[in-house]
Ligand binder design. Structure first.
Ligand code: NAP
Length: 430
């Protein structure tokens, strides 16, 4: 029988295992290059109990999978444990029957993470809203009367309707010509007939869950003297400060994004991650806590969860008929590398500080070129969304990541894995 835990369960009852089915949906092992290191630390990790917040998410699902593979007992927090779309893929992971425990927790509720974190050796805090549908801090209600569709639980809305609000988004979900559709997941909306209302509330939907949520999780970790907390931050908290980024510039862990710059540029998701990481370091310092941050760029690779996440949507949007690609250069990294980096940052005693995770910074035109090489018959965007010079690439230091004993999966492999996974999950057909 499936047993879900609430904050009111006693510690003893929370240690009872869930009874879950156990077949692995995607048999993709963690990176080979990490295998030697992984084997070496298995004995050290087995028997430990860790908590993963936002466990049903894209990155967290891989993290849970690898933790179970390494013998950990995993306490997985989700907002709604009864939502099978969010939990079934976790329940079917190898080892889940014996060692996966689901807890209900919401970033916005104080004390919500107490039950999940109490008695843990380590905590991985990944939960945070990740989408870019916000360009104005004012509460907005937008109405649409046509060109809306729902498929696989994802809302597709014609870009003409959304051009305005996405103009200054961090990620190019909008092309400026039609026909083109944009995929959403985490939206507050009302749906009646074919009318949509999309509501954006910067503070309530993005900043509070990221910032207050991080402090809520850390407060629980402090209460139970957690040995080490690994916080999923982002390159968003590293590289956005107005300093030039050109091919000769090497961004590293000593770079910090500037909240003022994010506000000025209306980079709201970037702002949420910048504020959250800054608050995490301050809280850790004031309370003498041991935290490490993992700062990935755009994460791609196979999806374990059945729903479409924001970063994989960036690849989907290139292969589903968009006529243009975005004039942007961003870092890319494989989700399996990101998950392993979280684990090793917990396991290796000397791990500390921040870890930038970028295999390569590539312009969207280069990503399209790679896709064309891999899938010559696919219809791909032929031109850039604007006529300006291409935004230059830059470098990101790999030293700290490599100090974990890992090497990167090449971007070409990551792109192929993403597309194959999107195909397998019917997000695209060809
Ligand atoms: N993917 C990337 O490219 C990327 C790059 C750098 C950093 N990151 C960071 O990595 C983390 C995970 O991202 P992801 O790509 O895996 O995103 P994702 O698939 O959208 O997962 C986000 C998770 O956050 C949870 N969440 C959101 N609001 C919440 C709330 N109010 N209370 C509790 N949980 C809440 C979601 O829970 P529900 O399942 O209940 O909705 C979901 O599990 C985030 O911190 C993100 O900022 C991602």
């Amino acid at each position: 029988m499936l047993r879900l835990f609430s904050p009111f369960d006693s510690v003893a009852s929370r240690r009872s295992p869930l009874h879950l089915s156990c077949s692995d949906p995607i048999a993709a092992p963690f990176p080979k290059r990490a295998a030697a290191r992984a084997t070496a630390v298995v004995a050290m990790s087995s028997g430990k109990v860790v908590c993963v917040t936002g466990a049903s998410g894209y990155i967290a699902s891989w993290l849970v999978k690898f933790l179970l593979q390494r013998g950990y007992t995993v306490r997985a927090t989700v907002r709604d444990p009864a939502d099978t779309k969010k939990t079934e893929h976790l329940r079917s992971l190898d080892g889940a029957t014996e060692r996966l425990h689901l807890f209900q927790a919401n970033l916005l509720e104080e004390g919500s993470f107490d039950a999940g974190t109490e008695g843990c050796d380590g905590v991985f805090h990944t939960a945070s809203p990740y989408y870019h549908g916000i360009t104005d801090p004012q509460y907005q209600v937008l109405k649409y009367t046509e060109d809306c569709a729902i498929e696989n639980g994802i809302h597709f809305i014609h870009c003409n309707s959304l051009q305005e609000i996405f103009t200054r988004s961090y990620i190019p979900f909008v092309s400026y010509s039609v026909p083109y559709y944009v995929a959403f997941q985490q939206m507050t909306y009302t749906y009646s007939g074919i009318d949509f209302s999309l509501r954006f509330n910067l503070q309530a939907e993005l900043i509070d869950p990221a910032l207050k949520g991080t402090l809520n999780v850390l407060a629980s970790c402090k209460k139970f003297s957690i040995e080490r907390v690994v916080v999923t931050s982002s390159m968003a908290a590293v590289a956005y400060n107005g300093k030039p980024r050109t091919p000769d510039v090497v961004v590293n862990e000593r770079w910090f994004s500037s909240p003022g710059f994010c506000e000025q540029e209306k980079l709201w998701y970037v702002l949420s991650k910048t504020l959250a990481e800054d608050a995490a370091w301050k809280f850790a310092k004031e309370n003498a806590m041991n935290i490490v941050t993992i700062n990935p760029a755009m994460v791609i690779g196979p999806l374990l969860q059945p729903t479409l996440n924001t970063s994989c949507a960036a690849i989907l949007n290139l292969i589903n008929g968009s006529p243009t690609y975005w004039n942007s250069s961003i870092g890319w990294v494989n989700v399996k590398d990101v998950a392993m980096a979280h684990i090793l940052a917990f396991e290796i005693p000397t791990a500390s500080g921040r870890y930038c995770l970028v295999e390569r910074v590539a312009h969207y035109s280069e990503v399209v070129k790679t896709i064309r090489k891999l899938y010559p018959s696919l219809q791909l965007p032929e031109k850039c969304a604007d006529d300006k010079l291409f935004v230059p690439v830059y470098q990101v230091s790999k030293d700290k990541y490599r100090s974990l004993g890992l090497d990167y999966i090449p971007i070409e492999t990551s792109i192929k894995e993403t597309i194959e996974s999107l195909k397998e999950k019917n997000f695209v057909k060809f």
